[in-house]
Design a protein around this ligand. Structure first.
Ligand SMILES: [Zn+2]
Length: 246
């Protein structure tokens, strides 16, 4: 299980080994109790006890993820950058991998490997959404801006020449543009694309409107960002994430 958060200036964030082992152990425990639950008689006291234990483990995993998301968003917002371009997760297809199948009691149905992949993916997508959510409110506090851009084909588009093709990304790690030969880590290339789209988005804002707003009331600035302001600002730090299995 990996949760990398990749920025275009080569920073990446991931659960450290200690945290990974902690989560793995919790997931193992979870499975143990879920198996136990399946054997127990419905309505029995011991079954209810197991249910409570399962709920506790779920909340511990959730807390671990919560802490991690706070650490990542804190570190990103405290960088020199003033504008952050991130993937708009609403536009992202998160259904590629099957979600874990559960019955009403929360027991995982036996499609083992698929269920495991689904669980990790769930951890990843929830973690990413949470980190962006935290980043947004923290950025607001510091007078910084978060721009959400479309993640469509960001893993297939070349950051150097714009050539977009599925064959550009032969493996999870490597990006090799078939047109210009640009070679990069696939996550870093994707992060650069997100950064590019963030800049394009800000530059595409109507200039006349921006000028009027800045001209009439400076205190209202913030929503409209002028081109000069953008150029003076620090480099963008975008963020992308890719699920990878260890
Ligand atoms: Zn290229």
């Amino acid at each position: 299980m990996v949760i990398p958060f990749q920025t275009s200036n080569q920073l990446s964030y991931d659960f450290d080994d200690k945290l990974k082992n902690k989560i793995k152990l919790k997931q193992k425990k979870l499975k143990k109790y879920q198996r136990k639950l399946a054997r127990q008689k419905k309505g029995s006291t011991s079954r209810n006890k197991t249910k409570t234990k399962i709920a506790k483990i779920h909340s511990k995993i959730s807390n671990t993820r919560h802490d991690f998301c706070h650490k990542v968003s804190h570190s990103i917002v405290n960088s020199d950058a003033k504008i952050f371009a991130v993937e708009d997760l609403k536009l992202k297809n998160m259904t590629k991998s099957p979600m874990p199948k559960q019955d009403v009691s929360g027991k995982y149905l036996p499609n083992m490997r698929k269920a495991k992949a689904g669980l990790n993916r769930e951890l990843l997508s929830k973690g990413l959404a949470k980190t962006i959510e935290f980043l947004e409110y923290k950025a607001k506090k510091y007078g910084k801006l978060v721009v959400k851009v479309s993640p469509h084909y960001s893993s297939q588009e070349c950051a150097n020449c714009g050539h977009t093709h599925a064959d550009n990304r032969k493996t999870q790690d490597n990006f090799l543009c078939l047109l210009c030969g640009n070679h990069d880590n696939a996550d870093i290339n994707a992060a650069k694309i997100i950064a590019k789209r963030g800049v394009q988005f800000l530059l595409s804002k109507p200039k006349a409107k921006t000028r009027t707003r800045l001209g009439t009331s400076r205190s209202k600035a913030g929503r409209g960002i002028s081109k000069t302001k953008l150029e003076q600002s620090n480099p963008l730090i975008p963020m992308t994430s890719e699920a990878r299995s260890l």
